[in-house]
Design a protein around this ligand. Structure first.
Ligand code: NAD
Length: 298
């Protein structure tokens, strides 16, 4: 297929490379010249603008920082929606606010385009290995069109429902992740103070009701889970800044929907403190250091 790829950063770069490797013709655009040079090396055609990339594409993928970028690239007289080929499919893989996702989906639908919001989890490692999880919001037809493209970049493709529900799934999951990481960290710090070893708490909790992903797959202390960032001095992984972004999106959405998420609000405040003390680029599991009372790196 002819695919336009807009936004070739840490995630979009390797995702576009996997599309090329799968045999798609990829027209790439980014504001960064370095990103374009890398995309060209990976076998993509470098476009002169987002509109140029989209003008001959069957599908247009965007992987941009946040909602305002997506609205800007899609909307207005010089946006993608006035440049793309009739009936083409838009796949927005960025993590953005639910309202922007639904707004852009509505605009695309009104102009006769297909649209799915398809945020991902799996990080740069998953983007590079082609093992991302996609959470896809959109109609059955649009999902059916998007899936054969997404399988070249990911392993698990979940149709979450109508437009915007991919973003909803992403922020609900990451709010839960932020809260559970804080809970696991508090348990380890309490155990330290009371003389229980990390290994013994892990052995008990991973086999009892405290069991969760933050404990068994991403343990915030070194030792029990050798692959977790705690064993690499909290090199990310998934940064504190990214977690804070997703938590803020969850709180924006909770406010708009009238949902009570007191622990989500508390997690947002704690991750804001962690970022403010200079640990924004460390892995988000480094929150245990703040809970322990250690000073930040910034
Ligand atoms: P990034 O900052 O590395 O990449 C974003 C790219 O978009 C940059 O190269 C930038 O130049 C480009 N860009 C910005 N405005 C543009 C425009 N108007 N036209 C063309 N290009 C433009 O970010 P990333 O880490 O690749 O993340 C992208 C999205 O994926 C974000 O929404 C992020 O929340 C989400 N995400 C990231 C991760 C991760 O681990 N990095 C994991 C899951 C989801």
């Amino acid at each position: 297929m002819d695919i336009a790829f807009i936004g070739l950063g840490n995630m979009g770069g390797p995702m576009a490379r996997n599309l090329v490797r799968a045999g798609h013709a990829v027209a790439a655009f980014d504001l960064s010249a370095d990103a374009l040079t890398r995309a060209e090396k990976d076998g993509a055609r470098v476009a002169t603008s987002a509109r140029d990339a989209a003008s001959s594409a069957d599908a247009v993928i965007t992987m941009l920082p946040a909602g305002p970028h997506v609205r800007r690239v899609f909307g207005g007289e010089d946006g993608l929606l006035t440049a793309a080929r009739k009936g083409s499919l838009f796949i927005d893989c960025s993590t953005i606010d639910v309202e922007s996702a639904r707004h852009v989906a509505g605009e695309a639908r009104a102009k006769g385009f297909g649209f799915v919001d398809a945020p991902v989890s799996g990080g740069v490692g998953g983007a590079t290995a082609g093992t991302l999880t996609f959470m896809v919001g959109g109609s059955d037809d649009d999902f059916a069109r998007a899936k054969p493209i997404l399988v070249s970049m990911g392993q698990t493709i979940v149709h979450t429902g109508g437009p915007g529900t991919g973003q909803v799934a992403k922020i609900c999951n990451n709010m839960l992740l932020g809260i559970s990481m804080i809970g696991v960290s508090e348990a380890f710090v309490l155990a330290e103070k009371l003389g229980l070893s990390h290994e013994k708490l892990f052995e008990v909790s991973s086999n009892s009701s405290g069991q969760c992903w933050s404990l068994t797959k991403y343990c915030p202390v070194p030792g029990p889970v050798p692959a977790s960032p705690a064993n690499r001095d909290y090199a990310a992984g998934f940064t504190t800044a990214m977690m804070l972004k997703d938590l803020r999106l969850s709180q924006e959405a909770a406010g708009a929907a009238g949902a009570a998420t007191p622990l989500g609000a508390e997690a947002t405040a704690l991750y804001a403190l962690l970022a403010a003390r200079g640990d924004q680029d460390l892995d988000f599991s480094s929150i245990i250091r703040m809970i322990r009372g250690e000073t930040g790196r910034g």
